[in-house]
Ligand binder design. Structure first.
Ligand code: NAD
Length: 493
């Protein structure tokens, strides 16, 4: 089917899905957690077969978190997407309803690195909010997407409300150009720019979850043994092919040398055949190799950095070498490597660590390691990153369904996971109505205008700066009386 035909089909069926209301849609999807659990092996086989990551990661990082996310979204959907009432002392005679509507047709474009959980976390909230969804998975992982669509399709969905469009970037571009009502994109910054530019022609809203050069900040009181283990894992799980992989480490100078020795030892001890995912393809491994070679070219110390059979790779540590250019000049520090490569830099003060951390246009996730949680928390708030974990690896947050996920700066905008994902899948309508009689008096601010209106509005303005609530309330009452008084003195058109 062409992109246009897929969108047309989605548009046809979406009103029926919307008409079920959020309670009806939650009921239709109620069996999904059980369906996912019963098919855990099938999901894991598809992920490992197509993407190559260890089966343990397929289950722990994707399949089981998808069940948790489903449970979360189904439990919070009605409360989050239901209508709520808003009142305002500025308009005491009026009341308003905040209503959430689906956009209509949502196109979700996904990458290959978490080929089940990422598209799942795009598709599910969009469906729950009442949208019809067309998923365009990565061309490298179509089989995993087929399993995903088939499993969600076992719920009571109207046929055509969730469709799959398999193909390369051209298919994604055609879908965006065909004019859906919203696009959710997860992938690289360069493709994200193209998607946003194409969406701007209409314009239609986009959510962009893009790359990162995420950092761990290791303060002078951090536990070396714990922190080096956390970094060794955070930099290399999924073969380092995670948007939130630790690519940069900032270590206090007092710990730096001991940190490097221990981290190097732990990276060397990783079982690359059993535990380390291979590069998804040769193109990806070529990027790792290019960044490693450029670090060598700068005279930096590189440990590891060797391609192994079957696109595996030795986990790599890049550190400073006296008399050579700083690590911060290297491609591995400045650009996303998306591989099992980590670069380490020393700092002297917390202020310097913050500056070094924020000296990038990316801002997805970060970690801070310290024995003093309050100090780490205060520092975390000054890091330019969408999620910061204290004494853990931020990637783990992606498996926690309550926590909204997304970046700042070049890492994108919009949030998946948490109630934010449900809210992102809907647009907000306000329906405002009279609280008392259906019509009431004509409004004092209608024609003709006069000096009395200005005076009454000035009185109202003063209520907004009154220091106490009681002053504000009596101010509203005075302004209200003045406005009503005007009506009897100068009748409205
Ligand atoms: P990519 O940008 O190459 O491709 C992503 C998707 O976009 C694929 O489905 C691809 O076919 C499609 N696409 C390509 N060109 C397109 C176009 N012109 N119009 C529409 N769609 C198009 O990314 P990738 O290599 O699949 O994934 C790796 C990247 O994703 C990394 O940069 C990583 O950091 C990022 N990522 C971010 C997050 C996050 O949550 N922020 C999560 C995972 C991955």
């Amino acid at each position: 089917m062409t992109a246009g035909a897929l969108i047309e089909q989605a548009r046809k069926v979406q009103p029926e899905w919307d008409a079920l209301g959020v309670h009806g849609r939650v009921r239709a999807l109620a069996e999904l957690p059980r369906i996912l659990l019963d098919n855990l092996d099938r999901i894991a086989d598809a992920i490992t077969g197509e993407n190559g990551k260890p089966r343990a990661e397929a289950i722990a990082h994707e399949a089981v978190p998808a069940i948790a996310l489903t449970r979360h979204h189904l439990e919070h959907a009605a409360e989050t997407l239901g209508s709520t009432r808003i009142t305002s002392p500025s308009s005491p005679h009026r009341t308003a309803l905040r209503v959430h509507h689906p956009y209509g047709v949502v196109v979700a474009i996904a990458p290959w690195n978490l080929p089940f959980l990422i598209p799942f976390s795009q598709v599910l909230p969009a469906l729950i909010a009442g949208n019809a969804v067309i998923l365009k998975p990565s061309e490298l992982t179509p089989e995993v997407a087929t399993v995903l669509i088939e499993l969600i399709g076992r719920c009571e969905l109207p046929p055509g409300v969730l469709q799959l469009a398999v193909g390369d970037g051209a298919v994604g571009a055609e879908l965006v150009a065909a004019g859906p009502d919203k696009v959710l994109f997860t992938g690289s910054v360069s493709t994200g720019r193209k998607v946003m530019a194409a969406a701007a022609q209409f314009p239609i809203p986009v959510g962009l979850e893009l790359g990162g050069v995420d950092a761990a900040v290791v303060l002078d009181d951090a536990d070396l043994e714990f922190t080096t283990s956390a970094v060794a894992w955070g930099a290399t799980f999924n073969g380092g092919q995670a948007c939130c992989s630790i690519e940069r480490v900032l270590v206090h100078r007092d710990l730096h040398d001991a940190f490097v020795v221990r981290l190097e030892d732990k990276l060397r001890r990783i079982d690359t055949r059993r535990d380390l995912a291979p590069a998804i393809d040769q193109r990806q491994q070529d990027i790792w190799q290019r960044h490693v070679e450029s670090a060598r070219g700068l005279g930096l110390q590189v440990s590891g950095g060797e391609p192994l059979p079957e696109r595996r790779y030795t986990p790599t540590l890049i550190t400073a070498a006296p008399g050579h250019r700083p690590v911060t000049d290297s491609d591995a520090w400045r650009e996303e490597t998306f591989g099992p490569v980590v670069a380490v830099v020393a700092f002297d003060t917390d202020e310097q660590a913050i500056d070094l951390h924020n000296d990038t246009e990316y801002g997805l996730t970060a970690s801070v390691f310290s024995a003093d949680t309050a100090r780490a928390r205060a520092l975390a708030r000054r890091l330019h990153a969408g999620s910061v974990a204290i004494n853990d690896v931020a990637a783990t947050m992606y498996s926690t369904p309550e926590l909204p996920w997304g970046g700042v700066g070049r890492s994108g905008f919009g949030r998946s996971h948490g109630v934010d994902a449900l809210l992102d899948a809907a647009w907000v309508q306000i329906v405002e109505s009279p609280r008392g009689p259906a019509f009431g008096p004509k409004r004092p601010w209608w024609y003709p205008y006069g000096a009395e209106l200005e005076d009454a509005m000035r009185a109202l303005g003063e209520t907004f700066v009154a220091p106490h609530r009681s002053d504000r309330l009596s101010g509203y009452a005075r302004a209200g009386r003045a406005l009503l008084g005007m009506l009897s003195r100068s009748p409205k058109l």
